[in-house]
Every structure is written in structure tokens, then in C-alpha cells.
Design a protein around this ligand. Structure first.
Ligand code: AMP
Length: 114
């Protein structure tokens, strides 16, 4: 089941996060339970519950999030590669009901995921 939107509280500065990027469209911060040496979450300020809720007008926002991922991967030293993950809804493993992109790297990542 999807939990409370803790990411909205991070956007509103009600709870702290280890920010690595912030602009008018999105935030990025270290995951509180890292699954790899580098594990950053990139989230839009706009409240979008799941990937399945994206609309045509969100195309530029999604593109921006990808370009921030490229910048952060470089800044965080992931020159040999990394993985971007978006879990969608319960069966996709999503636990926080606010769209977020995981940027994972710093170790060999196996395939397929569980
Ligand atoms: P997902 O399972 O795709 O919804 O990912 C949610 C992610 O949010 C998990 O990897 C959690 O470890 C992470 N998370 C939950 N609460 C926080 C928080 N307060 N600060 C940073 N990351 C969090």
C-alpha cells in the first residue's frame, strides 16, 4: 500500500533531506535507505502521484528530470554507468505516492531486478 507523501514534506521543508540539487521544477536528495553506494531520488515539485498519472503537458518536466539525472551522475562520479528506476504503483514496488526517479550507481547492478 502507498504510504503518506513524505516527499511533499521534503518539498515544503517540513522534514530535512540531504539535498544534492534544487531548482524551480525538481529536487534531488540522497535516499534514506540506500541500495547502492550512490542512491539519489529526483522528484518533481509538481504533485504527480505515480508515473501512470503523467500527462502530455508533463513531457518537458520529465525531460528535465532526466537531464538532472545525467548531471548528477557526472557530479557523483558515476562515469562507468548507473541505473534509473521509476517504480509505479503497488506491483511496481512504489511505496511513496509522489513520482520519483531513483539514480543508482557505484557498484555492479544486476539484471533482471526482483
Ligand atoms: P519507492 O519504493 O520507489 O516508492 O521508493 C521510495 C524511496 O524513498 C525508498 O527507497 C525509501 O528509502 C526512500 N525514502 C523514504 N522516506 C525518505 C526520506 N524521508 N528521505 C529520503 N528517502 C526516503
Amino acid at each position: 500500500m502507498l504510504a503518506d507523501n513524505v516527499f511533499k514534506k521534503i518539498i515544503d521543508k517540513q522534514i530535512p533531506a540531504r539535498l544534492v540539487h534544487e531548482d524551480e521544477q525538481c529536487l534531488a536528495f540522497h535516499d534514506i535507505g540506500p541500495k547502492a553506494p550512490v542512491h539519489v531520488l529526483i522528484i518533481p515539485r509538481k504533485e504527480i502521484r505515480t508515473h501512470d498519472d503523467l500527462q502530455p503537458e508533463d513531457a518537458a518536466l520529465v525531460g528535465h528530470m532526466h537531464l538532472i539525472a545525467v548531471k548528477l551522475a557526472r557530479d557523483l562520479g558515476l562515469h562507468d554507468g548507473y541505473r534509473l528506476v521509476i517504480n509505479c504503483k503497488e506491483r511496481g514496488g512504489q511505496t511513496v505516492p509522489h513520482l520519483h526517479m531513483h539514480l543508482l550507481g557505484g557498484r555492479d547492478l544486476t539484471w533482471p531486478p526482483g
